[in-house]
Design a protein around this ligand. Sequence first.
Ligand SMILES: Nc1ncnc2c1ncn2[C@@H]1O[C@H](COP(=O)(O)OP(=O)(O)OP(=O)(O)O)[C@@H](O)[C@H]1O
Ligand SMILES: [Mg+2]
Length: 140
Amino acid sequence: MKIRDFTEVDLKIPMLPDMEIAATKTAEAMAEYLSFDQEKTDEIKLALIEATLNAFEHSKSSERFVEIKFEASNDELTIKIHDRGKGFDENKVENPDINKKIKADYKRGWGMSLMEQLMDSVEVINDKDGCTIILTKGRE
Ligand SMILES: Nc1ncnc2c1ncn2[C@@H]1O[C@H](COP(=O)(O)OP(=O)(O)OP(=O)(O)O)[C@@H](O)[C@H]1O
Ligand SMILES: [Mg+2]
């Protein structure tokens, strides 16, 4: 098969119930294109759901859509999840501790930490256009 260099897919999804599934279907297709195994594919899908739902839920964007860019290089998938909202400081997001969470009333706050565990890298970029989460994972 011909060596692939760079393939890009752009998606724009409305912030509506279940629309994150449109994103995970695309992630699945891109992972298959790159010959990722099922476990890595599932990890990518879960991280992407977390990032997409975070944009839906926390961005406070008046433009109710999320733009997702999938970039496939030879052996790596990069997913950029962009909302036009207020952004956030990732350094201020507390790392959840399971022992404390069990006793605490507030049980949430797992998404960012889950993404970190599932992906090779997670980057947050805030700029005048909004907030972008960059998720990267390699095939090996
Ligand atoms: N796209 C975003 N825009 C603005 N704030 C965000 C965004 N993504 C995350 N955040 C902020 O980071 C915090 C931590 O996100 P994280 O996904 O870890 O937890 P959560 O969404 O609050 O809970 P959970 O994911 O467990 O349901 C959020 O509460 C929110 O304040
Ligand atoms: Mg979350």
